[in-house]
Design a protein around this ligand. Structure first.
Ligand code: SAJ
Length: 419
């Protein structure tokens, strides 16, 4: 199958880099987004998200005319759908963005087109997408579960890239490609071969959907193990970092890092899709989510105890992002913790250090005792330092400044401050 024009629906953290990388391979790419501001920004060759080198690729592909953005889909040979799939109340997956995307591409679909869903989805979402498309286009045949081929090829191919390394991982990572039929898998493979150097692993749509959820649940469960260990160690007075380092010398043990909790829009969300699909069976996965979600509350309680016990007047909080060395504050446990500390102690000054942002998010900016300050200022006047995100920039500053004689609650192993 050949592709001279590809449409990417949803120009977010995954869609925009995918569109730009495809365009950089010399294909004409049309990016579609419902947000007119995003469309304008991209058409000016600029980006609305922070990701290393993305700005350069978007600018050059827009300049050469290979990439352009529109608000309404136009005909193309292939459509990649990369829209959000959040969850609703009760942790039930919300597929409404996929439904809207289906409604928007249906009118321009032509016989022989390929549609690939990349959004993280519960098992069965690709079949559901086929059904929505079929309802909108009764004149076309869509592949179905029985393996019947259709006029349109439909496949699921989950994104697997790590924020902060998206452009490299888009090209280098192996991809799982699950077609509704074997010929759909082959069609989708020929699309990803345009820019992926990793292996293209063919399977069914349902298995590919499950693979994505499995990968993120695996990581969540393993982080939960580390977080639970940190609480046990705290109870029995053992340094969890030293413990993990020692245990990881075993050839078959590889414990992850405990921290402030699990944030971001992937790992804290996707395991719930598995729980929603099989509530009676997904017991470990549900518990892991609960363990990780509970960590911020434990940290707030620990800090509040220390503030009360020592009559502390000034606290420094190190890090706000959802993980080290990124600027992304979405679903960040550190933001929730900072808010819990500042709101729970209105007479305590809370200095927040986050080198990757220039203003506090609204939920913190609205608190009169919280402010964003440089690491030097925070350390010079804090009675208690709380380490929440181990940004390289902060760790280096701590090394440089040396450990001041102050109280330090280190939840993320700022090495030189280890008690
Ligand atoms: N975290 C820990 N301890 C660790 C590792 C991570 O507490 O040892 C925390 C981080 O601080 C963060 C959260 O977990 O709050 C998630 O961070 P992450 O780096 O593990 O993952 P994400 O959310 O940035 O990206 C994940 C990746 N999935 C896996 O590694 C299995 C990525 O490959 C996916 O593409 C992405 O989810 C996604 O979009 O689903």
């Amino acid at each position: 199958m050949t592709f001279s024009r590809i449409s990417v629906v949803g120009l977010g953290y995954i869609g925009l880099p995918t569109a730009a990388v495809l365009a950089s391979r010399g294909v004409d790419v049309i990016g579609v987004d419902v947000n007119p501001k995003t469309v304008d920004t991209v058409n000016q060759g600029r980006v609305h998200i922070v990701e290393p080198e993305l700005d350069i690729v978007v600018q050059s592909t827009v300049n050469t005319g290979r990439l352009r953005a529109v608000g309404t889909p136009e005909p193309a040979d292939a459509f990649i759908v990369a829209v959000p799939t959040p969850f609703r109340d009760g942790h039930q997956p919300d597929l409404s963005y996929i439904k809207t995307a289906a409604a928007s591409i249906a009118p321009v679909l032509r016989r022989g087109n390929l549609v690939v869903l990349e959004s993280t989805s519960p098992v069965g979402a690709t079949e559901q997408l086929c059904q929505w498309l079929a309802e909108a286009r009764p004149d076309l045949r869509f592949p179905n579960h029985g393996g019947n081929p259709g006029d349109i090829f439909v496949a699921y191919c989950p994104e697997r890239v790590l924020p902060g390394r998206i452009l490299r991982e888009l090209v280098n990572n192996d991809r799982v490609i699950g077609g509704m039929t074997p010929s759909c898998t082959e069609a989708a493979k020929s699309l990803y071969r345009l820019f992926v150097q990793g292996a293209l692993l063919g399977t069914s749509a349902r298995t590919a959907e499950m693979a994505k959820l499995t990968e993120n649940a695996f990581r969540d469960v393993n982080i939960a193990f580390a977080n639970e260990l940190s609480l046990i160690c705290d109870r029995v007075g053992i340094n969890v970092w030293e413990l993990i380092e020692l245990a990881n010398h075993h050839p078959r043990v590889n414990i992850l890092q405990p921290g402030a909790g699990v944030g971001g829009h992937c790992i804290a969300v996707d395991p719930w899709f598995l729980v929603a699909m099989a509530p009676d069976e997904a017991r470990l996965i549900r518990t892991a989510r609960q363990v990780n979600d509970h960590k911020p509350a434990v940290i707030v309680a620990r800090v509040n105890e220390r503030i009360a016990a020592k009559g502390i007047r000034s606290v420094a909080i190190l890090g706000l992002a959802f993980k080290p060395d990124v600027d992304d504050l979405r679903e960040s446990p550190a933001v929730a913790i900072a808010r819990g500390i500042a709101a729970g102690n209105p007479s305590v000054r809370v200095d927040i250090v986050e080198p990757y942002v220039d203003a506090l998010p609204q939920e913190l900016a609205s608190l009169p005792n919280a402010s964003l300050v440089e690491v030097e200022t925070a350390l010079s006047r804090a009675d208690l330092v709380v380490g929440l995100v181990r940004h390289r920039l902060i760790a280096e500053a701590l090394e440089r400044l040396g450990a001041p004689p102050i109280d330090f609650l280190d939840f993320v192993n700022f090495v030189s401050y280890r008690r």
